[in-house]
Design a protein around this ligand. Structure first.
Ligand code: G4P
Length: 528
C-alpha cells in the first residue's frame, strides 16, 4: 500500500471519561467490532479500585495492565484504528494530559444519569485548548437518566462545547426502545425483555411514515418526531470542517454494556474523524505526509521485572516511516540510535514490527535514554511542542532514609521523573528536593518503586504549598532581583532548570503578581 494510503486509513484517538462512565466497556465493544478480541471481558479494567491507595499489589497490578492497554490497535473496514489509553483516575491526570498530545481526536464518554463529572470537565478543557476534535458518547441509556435535551445543555454549559446530536434515544431506562441514527437515517431497536439483543437496523429516511408508529407505538413515534424536529430547529447541522476545527461536537447516545449505539458511533467515527494531523515543533510545522521520519515520546513505562531496569518508551510517529534497525537521531542528546525490536500494538498484544506509519505508536526498549517529550528524526533538529508540565497539587520534601544508598536514590528519582511519575524541584536556598504530584497515590508508587527497583529508601515531609508557578524572567532587572531576593525561600528549579515559585495560596500568587507586575507567573512549564 502506498505511503499516503497508509496515512489516510489511520485514526488515532483517545477515550476520556470520569471513572465508571464506561470507557473500558466502550473500548472493549469497539475491539469486538474490529474482531481484535473475541469475547467480552478481554480488556482488563484499567483503573485503581476505590480505597486501594495503600495496596501495593493493586499498584503493581495497575502497572501491568496499563502496559497491556496503553495502545489498542485494530482494523475495521480497512481503517487502522489506534486507541490510546487514558487513565480516568485523577491521580493519573498528568498521564492523560500527555497522552492527549499524541491523539488526533477524542471520544468523551458521559454517564446519562451522572451527567458531566469533574474529571470530564478537566480533560475536555485540555482538549478544547488544543482544539482536538471531540465526539461525545452518552452512555447507559438502558438506565434511568437525565432528559436528553437537559444533558445536551449541560454538556454545552459545563464543557463549553457546541453540540449537534447525530443520534437520538427513543425513550430511556425502562422505556428505552432504541435509537434513531440521525447520521445514517436509520432506526435501531432493542429486542427482548433484557434489552440485550439488537434487531437489525431499519432504514427510515422519512420518519413521518406510519410504519414508525407500528414499530415503536403511536406515543413514542409522536414524541420522537417532535424531538427530532426540535433537534433540527435548535442545533446546528453537522459540518465536518467545524468538527475538525474543534468548533462543533457531534453527540451519540447508546449503551456500551448492551452494545447499543456503539457500531453507529464507530461507523460515523471512521468517516469523520481526522487522519494523522500535522504537528507543531519549535522549529516548524511537520506534516504527516513528509517522507522523513519524525516522532516523539509521550509515555514511558517501566519494566515490570525489577531485575531489568529497561523501560518501554512510547513513540508517536508524526511523519515518514519508522523502520526497524535504521539509525535515528535522538535530538536532545545528539546521538544516533537504532532499534532492533520496536513493538507495535495490536489489540492487547504487542509484537515486533518492521515498519510503522504516521498515527502509529511504537514501543521502544530503553535503558534510560529517553524522557517524555524527546524527539526522534532522520537528522533534522526538531523539537515537538505541546508536552507541558502542569502545576502539581501536592508537595513533599523527599529525604534519603538510607545514607549508603544516596546514589541509588538520586538515580531512581531521576528516572522516575523522566517517566513522568511526578515532578522534582530543587530549592534554590538549600538544595532540598521537593516532589510535586497530582495525587497522593504517586508518593506511594515512588516509595515502593525506589525500594524495589533501585534499592533506595526515602521518607517524606509535608510541604503545605498550593501550586508552583513557572517564572518568566523579565527585562526589568531591578524588579526581578528584588523578587528573587524577597522570595528566595520559595524559589526552586524544575528538572529542566526552569525557575519556579512555590506559592502557599492563590492569594500569595495574586499578591506577588501585583507587587512584581513585570515578573510573569505561569501555571504551565510551556508558556512561550
Ligand atoms: P470506566 O472504564 O469508565 O471506569 O468504566 P467501566 O467501563 O469499567 O464501567 C463502569 C461500570 O458501568 C461497570 O460496572 C460497567 O459494567 C457499567 N456499564 C458500562 N456501560 C454500561 C451501560 O451501557 N449500561 C449499564 N447499565 N452499565 C454500564 P461495574 O459493576 O462497576 O463493573 P463490572 O463488575 O460490571 O465490570
Amino acid at each position: 500500500m502506498a505511503f499516503t494510503d497508509e496515512i489516510k486509513r489511520r485514526r488515532t484517538f483517545g477515550i476520556i471519561s470520569h471513572p465508571d462512565a464506561g470507557k473500558t466497556t466502550l473500548t472493549e465493544k469497539l475491539l469486538l467490532f474490529g474482531g481484535a478480541i473475541s469475547e467480552a471481558g478481554a480488556v482488563k479494567n484499567n483503573k485503581v479500585k476505590k480505597g486501594a491507595t495503600s495496596d501495593f499489589m493493586e499498584i503493581e497490578r495497575q502497572r501491568g495492565i496499563s502496559v497491556a492497554t496503553s495502545v489498542l490497535a485494530f482494523n475495521y473496514k480497512d481503517r487502522k484504528i489506534n486507541i490510546l489509553d487514558t487513565p480516568g483516575h485523577k491521580d493519573f491526570a498528568e498521564d492523560t494530559f500527555r497522552t492527549l498530545t499524541a491523539v488526533d481526536s477524542v471520544i468523551v464518554v458521559i454517564d446519562v444519569a451522572k451527567g458531566v463529572e469533574p474529571q470530564t470537565e478537566k480533560l475536555v478543557e485540555v482538549c478544547r485548548m488544543r482544539k482536538i476534535p471531540i465526539i461525545v458518547f452518552i452512555n447507559k441509556l438502558d438506565r434511568e437518566g437525565k432528559d436528553a435535551f437537559d444533558l445536551l445543555d449541560e454538556v454545552e454549559q459545563k464543557l463549553g462545547l457546541t453540540t449537534t446530536p447525530l443520534s437520538f434515544p427513543i425513550g430511556m431506562g425502562y422505556d428505552f426502545q432504541g435509537i434513531y441514527n440521525i447520521w445514517a437515517k436509520k432506526i435501531n431497536l432493542f429486542a427482548g425483555d433484557k434489552k440485550q439483543k439488537v434487531t437489525t437496523g431499519v432504514e427510515f429516511t422519512d420518519i413521518n411514515v406510519p410504519e414508525l408508529d407500528e414499530m415503536i407505538g403511536n406515543k413514542a413515534a409522536e414524541k420522537l418526531r417532535e424531538e427530532l424536529e426540535m433537534v433540527e430547529g435548535v442545533y446546528p447541522p453537522f459540518d465536518q470542517d467545524e468538527y475538525l476545527n474543534g468548533d462543533l461536537q457531534p453527540v451519540f447516545f447508546g449503551s456500551a454494556l448492551n452494545n447499543f449505539g456503539v457500531k453507529e458511533l464507530l461507523d460515523c467515527f471512521i468517516e469523520i474523524a481526522p487522519t494523522p494531523q500535522p504537528k507543531k515543533a519549535e522549529e516548524r510545522l511537520v506534516d504527516s505526509k513528509e517522507q522523513n521520519m519524525t516522532g516523539f515520546v509521550f509515555k514511558i513505562h517501566a519494566n515490570m521485572d525489577p531485575k531489568h531496569r529497561d523501560r518501554l518508551a512510547f513513540v508517536k510517529i508524526v511523519s515518514g516511516t519508522f523502520q526497524r534497525n535504521v539509525p535515528y537521531l535522538h535530538v536532545r542528546n545528539g546521538k544516533k540510535m537504532k532499534f532492533s525490536s520496536p513493538n507495535a500494538f495490536f489489540a492487547e498484544k504487542k509484537e515486533i514490527v518492521d515498519e510503522s506509519y504516521p498515527g502509529d505508536i511504537v514501543g521502544l526498549h530503553d535503558t534510560g535514554n529517553f524522557k517524555i517529550g524527546d524527539t526522534l528524526t532522520e537528522g533534522e533538529i526538531i523539537n515537538f511542542k505541546g508536552i507541558p508540565s502542569f502545576s502539581p497539587e501536592h508537595f513533599r520534601y523527599v529525604n534519603n532514609a538510607d545514607p549508603l544508598k544516596a546514589k541509588q536514590l538520586y538515580k531512581g528519582l531521576d528516572q522516575l521523573m523522566d517517566e513522568g511519575v511526578a515532578q522534582l524541584f530543587t530549592l534554590e536556598l538549600n538544595g532540598r528536593k521537593v516532589i510535586g504530584t497530582v495525587g497522593a497515590l504517586q508518593y506511594e508508587v515512588i516509595q515502593y518503586r525506589l525500594e524495589h527497583e533501585y534499592g533506595a529508601k526515602c521518607t517524606y515531609e509535608n510541604l503545605p504549598m498550593h501550586k508552583v508557578c513557572w517564572v518568566e524572567p523579565t527585562d526589568n532587572k531591578e524588579e526581578f532581583a528584588e523578587f528573587k531576593r524577597v522570595k528566595q525561600r520559595y524559589l526552586a528549579k524544575d528538572k529542566q532548570g526552569q525557575l519556579v515559585f512555590l506559592a502557599d495560596s492563590a492569594f500569595t500568587i495574586q499578591m506577588t503578581q501585583d507587587k512584581y507586575p513585570s515578573v510573569k507567573l505561569h501555571f504551565t512549564s510551556e508558556y512561550k
